[in-house]
Design a protein. Structure first.
Length: 364
């Protein structure tokens, strides 16, 4: 039985990765807007009932509006702006069926029972939000070798591999980290795609294990999008007060010690030394001398004190003092009334700015 079912879980991860990038890379969204205003779509979708929350769930009738609601897991998505629209149900069915068509009919039929594309929203800029619901309980019954703890890595790796098929893209990614959104606990990883030195897209992949189901979310943000990634993710909210299941995914220790001094290690996937030497050439060394710092890593530093204060230093610009708090692997840094979130993993802090730049600091 294992030999027969094992391909299902592998197929599933491949399908999830593929379906999540259809809207962001080359999918023709013009047909959504060519003949009518986006607001004319039936855009309120409520997923109710349904034992498994997948393909066999019962659905409420669509009514005009601008929200997706999944009552079973307590998740709501409001369209983040007038340039966005939710794809009608027939679009979602077409999307998933086209993904399955390339695979063995038996496997495809089984995958169709386990998984459904529950939400797809697109903007006129080509940005997209795709939510896939996996019936984890059914998958575990069918494939005893499937491991929930490794699911996110398979999903994220498949997503990045699909992007990497475009040889013009240079792909950079952060490590995975915990993320709380809409009253649910997620695992998140951020990705940036450059070509010829220009950022063309950034993305976030997230997964949340609610017990019977796993929610797999991919957000693609193009360079033409006016909203930030955090503004798009901020369109998710809790649809059921008090509903907050614990995640079954495996994490690093919940409260790793953040106190200490951190120096900048990487900028957008490059070592900070390589970045400055490439940008400035021989002048980079003289630049260090002028700033009176011993290495490129000393150009930007954080020092986290046990009393909750943080000192931020930028060579040549001086220091600023703020505060920090910690929630598991999330470190919230507040300086000059501006808060920024960092992900703590293995003695390193990763900060992703609103414009998609990725900074990695190491504990010294």
């Amino acid at each position: 039985m294992k030999k027969a079912t094992r391909p299902i879980s592998l197929l599933l991860c491949a399908l999830l990765a593929c379906s999540a990038i259809f809207t962001g890379c080359g999918r023709n969204t013009s047909r959504l807007y060519a003949d009518s205003d986006p607001n004319e779509f039936f855009t309120v979708v409520s997923r109710n009932g349904g034992q498994n929350g997948g393909q066999n769930s019962s659905y409420d009738t669509r009514t005009p509006g601008a929200a997706y609601i999944n009552d079973q897991v307590g998740l709501r998505f409001d369209l983040p702006g007038s340039d966005w629209a939710l794809c009608p149900e027939e679009e979602l069915t077409e999307l998933w069926d086209s993904s399955l068509s390339a695979y063995d009919s038996t496997l495809a039929a089984t995958a169709n029972q386990i998984t459904s594309v529950d939400l797809e929203a697109v903007s006129t800029s080509g940005s997209s939000v795709t939510l896939v619901v996996v019936d984890a309980a059914m998958l575990e019954r069918m494939d005893r070798t499937w491991n929930r703890a490794s699911y996110f890595d398979q999903f994220a790796d498949g997503f990045v591999s699909s992007l990497a098929e475009n040889e013009l893209l240079t792909i950079r990614q952060t490590g995975k980290y915990e993320w709380e959104m809409a009253g649910l606990k997620w695992i998140r990883q951020d990705i940036r795609c450059d070509t010829y030195g220009y950022t063309v897209m950034d993305a976030a992949v997230l997964a949340c294990d609610t017990g019977n189901t796993i929610l797999s979310l991919a957000v693609m943000r193009t360079s033409d999008e006016t909203l930030t990634m955090e503004q798009i993710l901020g369109s998710f909210s809790s649809a059921a007060a008090g509903y907050a299941p614990s995640s079954s995914f495996s994490f690093a220790p919940a409260e790793a010690d953040v106190t200490g001094r951190y120096v900048i290690k990487e900028f957008n996937g490059q070592s900070v030394e390589y970045f400055f030497m490439t940008e400035m050439g021989a002048e980079a060394v003289e630049f260090l001398r002028e700033l009176n710092v011993s290495s490129f890593e000393e150009l930007i530093t954080f020092e986290f004190k046990a009393n909750g204060t943080v000192i931020f230093t930028e060579a040549g610009e001086g220091t600023e003092t703020g505060t920090w708090t910690q929630q598991g692997s999330r470190v919230i840094i507040t300086i000059s009334d501006t808060s920024r979130e960092a992900a703590l993993s293995g003695g390193e802090l990763t900060v992703v700015t609103d414009d998609g730049n990725v900074y990695v600091f190491r504990k010294k």
